[in-house]
Design a binder for this molecule. Structure first.
Ligand code: NAD
Ligand code: TYD
Length: 343
């Protein structure tokens, strides 16, 4: 294994820390490193939620700054105070990107550019860029390795691919200390209930239909968010600067199987699962070759069934958390359904 960077007594900037993976990562990091400090820069878009961080908001090691990653002055100022950056902030929902791609380009591409440019004039020791497996596009067989060409097919994944290549270019051109991660679909606590698993779990709890796109045969590789956080931690300590790491759990499952498991766990009837018109340009399958991150010493600790059961239980026990969000996101869901009805 490569020699490890020690980072536990330094200050980390987490962008998008009020979102799903970012908030899980902040919890993970503060628990694991007692002498660390974390600054969370988040704009609090519809997806950002300070309820995700209630347990840590009084922690003297934690500071929240409400702000935009596109704010050059603010970003430069924060970069003077931190030694490392983990960049999660993005627009992330494929369905929203199909309806309106503008914010995806502006946040995911331009926002990442602002951060990378600030990195040029800073003493920051490493910058972890969160890309996604979706930048490769879809494939029916085999697995994508880090050397494969990118062929993104949604406005979301195309924006993420732009950011991914910019991060690479800033490493190559300016020798900046950047590492790119391409994780697969995450699930777990605090995921905004517009994404597949939390939407299906919460709809089932409410006795509402579970809208399965197309034939439900699309395949995703499901990664439990805690396993993902451990991978980020390891890459911070031992990842090679300038490298790209795929992170997947090798848990490839068709959507209809996941949907059935959810209703089974909750003791609900399968008739709640309703087929609806397919997502435009719906990628069939994502699949990653993760030998590189495994060679660093990472492997998923959670089995998919156990992680799904634990996630379902979390949503059962935290109904106030998601009911508040769902109330606010009703407009998007009706807009989305209307868009597909009119096509
Ligand atoms: P999320 O949508 O739950 O959270 C995104 C966060 O970014 C929110 O808190 C939001 O307020 C913040 N944000 C958005 N625009 C901002 C801006 N301009 N300035 C500051 N903050 C802003 O996202 P997530 O699911 O936690 O994903 C985190 C990262 O991981 C993203 O970069 C995403 O592309 C990547 N990723 C996610 C998954 C997944 O399954 N969720 C898989 C692979 C990669
Ligand atoms: P999603 O959680 O949006 O993640 P991504 O599209 O980024 O992989 O969707 C996961 C899978 O679930 C994807 O194949 C689309 C499907 N899906 C549905 O069938 N119904 C839904 O309501 C949603 C949101 C997703």
């Amino acid at each position: 294994m490569a020699s490890e960077r020690s980072f536990e007594d330094k200050t980390l900037l987490v962008t998008g820390g009020a979102g799903f993976i970012g908030s899980n990562f902040i919890h993970y990091w503060l628990k694991r490193y007692s002498r660390c400090r974390v600054i969370n820069l988040d704009k609090l878009t519809y997806a950002g939620n300070l309820d995700n961080l209630k347990e840590v908001d009084k922690d003297p090691r934690y500071e929240f700054i409400q702000g935009d990653i596109r704010d050059k002055k603010l970003v430069k100022k924060i970069f003077r105070k931190v030694q490392g950056v983990v960049h999660f902030a993005a627009e992330t929902h494929v369905d929203r990107s199909i309806l309106d791609a503008g914010e995806f380009v502006l946040t995911d591409v331009f926002g990442t550019f602002v951060l990378l440019d600030a990195l040029k004039d800073s003493k920051v020791e490493f910058f972890i860029h969160l890309s996604t497996d979706e930048v490769y596009g879809s494939r029916d067989k085999g697995h994508f390795s880090e050397e494969d060409p990118l062929c993104p097919s949604s406005p979301y994944s195309a924006s993420k691919a732009g950011a991914d290549r910019l991060a690479y270019a800033y490493h190559k051109t300016y020798s900046l200390p950047i590492i790119i991660l391409r994780p697969s679909n995450n699930f777990g606590p605090y995921q905004y209930p517009e994404k597949f698993i939390p939407l299906f779990v919460t709809n089932a709890l409410e006795g509402k239909p579970l809208p399965l796109y197309g034939r439900g045969t699309n395949v995703r590789d499901w990664l439990y968010v805690e396993d993902h956080c451990r991978a980020i931690d390891l890459v911070i300590r031992a990842g090679k600067l300038g490298e790209i790491y795929n992170v997947g759990a090798n848990a490839e499952i068709e959507n209809n199987v996941v949907a059935e498991k959810i209703v089974d766990f909750l003791g609900k009837p399968k008739s709640l699962i309703k087929r609806v018109p397919d997502r435009l340009g719906h990628d069939k399958r994502y699949a990653l070759d993760c030998r590189k991150v495994r060679a660093l010493g990472w492997k998923p600790e959670w089995d998919f069934e156990e992680a799904l059961a634990s996630t379902v239980q979390w949503y059962q026990e935290n109904q106030i958390w998601w009911k508040k969000i769902k109330e606010k996101s009703r407009d998007f869901r009706s807009f989305y359904e209307e868009y597909y009805r009119r096509r």
